[in-house]
Design a protein around this ligand. Structure first.
Ligand code: 6PG
Length: 247
């Protein structure tokens, strides 16, 4: 692994013909990672929004649901809207509908972000849950918290719920925090930069013509979009479809 792989500008780009091929590519890769993981659990931080739904539905389909070793996989969330888990805008609601309700995964292996408390308390509760899973309250670059972090990309350059011009962008100590975006509704909980960086693989999943310009801008690094500042101690990849590609 070269230095080349670590950040949003140098991460490798994998371009698939369309969103279906992108979902299949990712589902096959996750299965490969899960079957290859011999020591402990495979830990995945899921992204929200609409782009990854196709992937989650595929993982929940008979083609994959029965192949995946779900008892050895833990699913976390990269961010969450501060709404009830039954709310249409809830990422947990979306993941439950697309994936969790179709697979046999132990309840204790799924870690939704708490949205019942106020944001400060919810962030502390989730950080504690991450620390217990990790076995320490200090992140060690040599021991990533996640095996895989999936990230989306918003048209304003946000990722997870790291939105432009919000104080959470400066948070380098807490593992979980929150923000009040100005461009979309709902207060949001989010993993912070250091937590997202603590992963063997950070995978941006971006598709559609509408994301072409922002994707090109973020990868250029010639701006301060929040997604452009994502880096990792592991490898960073962009898995995109042809419609989102400028190549
Ligand atoms: C969320 C996501 C967010 C998302 C982007 C892209 O909770 O909304 O975590 O970061 O990935 O907004 O969303 P789309 O995939 O819907 O374009």
């Amino acid at each position: 692994m070269t230095k080349m792989d670590h950040n949003a500008q140098t991460g490798r780009v994998f371009t698939l013909p369309d969103a279906n091929a992108q979902a299949t590519y990712l589902a096959d890769w996750i299965l490969e990672q899960a079957l290859a993981k011999k020591d402990g659990f495979l830990s995945i931080a899921l992204s929200g929004g609409s782009t990854p739904q196709k992937l989650y539905e595929l993982l929940g389909s008979p083609a994959y649901a029965r192949k995946m070793p779900w008892s050895r996989i833990h699913l976390f969330f990269g961010d969450e809207r501060m709404v009830p888990p039954t709310h249409e805008a809830s990422n947990h609601h979306m993941v439950n509908k697309a994936l969790l309700s179709h697979i046999d995964i132990p309840f204790r292996n799924v870690h939704p972000m708490p949205t019942f408390a106020d944001a400060d308390d919810a962030a502390k509760i989730y950080q504690r849950e991450l620390e217990i899973f990790y076995g320490n309250n200090q992140l060690d670059a040599a021991k990533p918290l996640f095996d895989i972090v999936f990230l989306g990309l918003g048209n304003d350059g946000h990722t997870a719920s790291l939105f432009p011009k919000t104080p959470v962008l400066q948070e380098k100590t807490k593992w979980v925090s929150w923000c009040d975006p100005t461009t979309v509704p709902y207060r949001r909980l989010t993993l912070t930069y250091p937590t997202l960086a603590s992963s063997r693989h950070v995978v941006f999943v971006v598709s559609g013509e509408g994301k072409k310009d922002i994707l090109k801008a973020v990868r250029s690094g010639e701006n301060d979009y929040p997604a452009a500042a994502i880096s990792t101690t592991g490898e960073l990849s962009w898995v995109i479809d042809k419609a989102a590609s400028s190549e």
